[in-house]
Design a protein around this ligand. Structure first.
Ligand code: F6P
Length: 365
């Protein structure tokens, strides 16, 4: 029989996304109802490294359900096993394993378990602690919806709504000015946001990293539409989309981050090429972090609350090292280690790609 849990730590790691506060609220309120103390760890695993840990009470989580971001702060650079500590004499980044220090802080605060709210990078960081015997529960967060083991992460539906609204808005300018408008959405190597927002907005072309696109074909779509009297084209483009025979466009690399690549800029290339090849005036819009900000849509508030509640159920029942998950339309959980450091991309033949094609959407291939 597992020892009852008396005190837990909760942290939010990786890029922020709408719904983080809703999970924190669900965890803390349920814990208080069951006499469990919650310590908030600030800025993801950085708080465990630097011992920035504080008690969370009812008042701390009251009125945060609808707030975007995270009251705990986050970091996408704090992997204890490979923690950036400055540059060496050659100017190269230097990393240290600071897991022992984290374990001291974990013990100092008398924590019995950690609720780790994050994406694949955060789950990889958590995996180190699982191996050290720490009881962890993962809660899947990311606007990218690319965590292995779950069909849905909270934050995704809000990002899709924001991207859809943006696509709807550029539609009017595209139609009025007879232009091609290319809207770049986030998602790293996964095209989930582009696929969903592209379908929801009725985009004419959707470009995703999973399907290499032929720019000549995209240009032909614009021209063909013109011939049919549609003198504008909307292209929904993933930041990680890749032209045939070409490369993904990297905006910057951050060597201090465990996931150093930041995509950005493909929409400019696509828009410029459409204008060059077809003579159709073209513009691009990079939505960027707008997709991660602000209040979560109702569906994400609900999902985050369900996820937080399930995390607490697992903890109270001594079922550790699990990732809360949504599969086949229902709540479940999977081994946390399975999702660590892996990305879930759109599988070949996905039903939404088929549905998009059936209404005439082109994928540039
Ligand atoms: O993983 C979430 C995400 O927003 C990606 O879609 C995007 O590529 C990346 O994070 C941006 O990271 P940063 O906030 O470090 O610029």
């Amino acid at each position: 029989m597992a020892q009852p849990i008396k005190r837990i730590g909760v942290l939010t790691g990786g890029g922020d996304c709408p719904g983080l506060n809703a999970v924190i609220r669900a965890v803390v309120k349920d814990a208080i109802f069951h006499g469990i103390e919650v310590m908030g760890i600030e800025d993801g695993f950085l708080g465990l490294i630097r011992n920035r840990i504080r008690k969370l009470d009812w008042d701390d989580v009251s009125n945060i359900l609808t707030q975007g971001g995270t009251i705990l702060g986050s970091s996408n650079k704090a992997n204890a096993k490979r923690f950036y500590v400055g540059k060496d004499e050659n100017g190269e980044p230097r990393f240290e394993d600071v897991t022992d220090r984290c374990m001291e802080h974990y013990k100092e605060h008398k924590l019995d378990a950690l609720v780790v709210i994050g994406g694949d990078g955060t789950m990889s960081a958590a995996a180190e602690f699982v191996e050290r015997g720490v009881n962890c529960i993962g809660v899947p967060k990311t606007i990218d919806n690319d965590l292995v083991g779950t069909d849905l992460t909270f934050g995704f539906q809000t990002a899709v709504q924001i991207a859809t609204d943006a696509l709807d808005r550029v539609h009017t300018t595209a139609a009025s000015h007879h232009r091609a408008m290319v809207v770049e959405v986030m998602g790293r190597n996964a095209g989930w946001i582009a696929l969903h927002a592209g379908v929801a907005s009725g985009s004419d072309v959707i470009l995703v990293p999973e399907i290499e696109f032929d720019i000549d074909r995209v240009c032909k779509v614009c021209e063909d539409r013109g011939r049919k009297g549609k003198r504008f084209t909307i292209v929904c483009c993933s930041e990680g989309a890749k032209p045939k025979g070409g490369k993904q466009v990297i905006e910057r690399t951050d060597p201090t981050s465990p996931d150093p690549i930041r995509y950005g800029g493909i929409s400019k290339l696509v828009a410029d090429e459409i204008e060059k090849q077809t003579g159709i005036e073209s513009r691009y819009v990079v939505l960027g972090h707008v997709q991660r900000g602000g209040t979560p849509v109702a569906a994400d508030r609900i999902l985050a609350t369900i996820f937080g509640d399930h995390a607490m159920e697992l903890l109270k029942n001594g079922k550790f090292n699990r990732l809360v998950a949504w599969q086949d339309g229902g709540l479940t959980d999977v081994p946390l280690m399975e999702s660590a450091g892996r990305q879930r991309t759109i599988p070949e033949g996905h039903h939404l790609i088929a549905a998009a094609k059936s209404v005439g959407t082109d994928f540039g291939a």
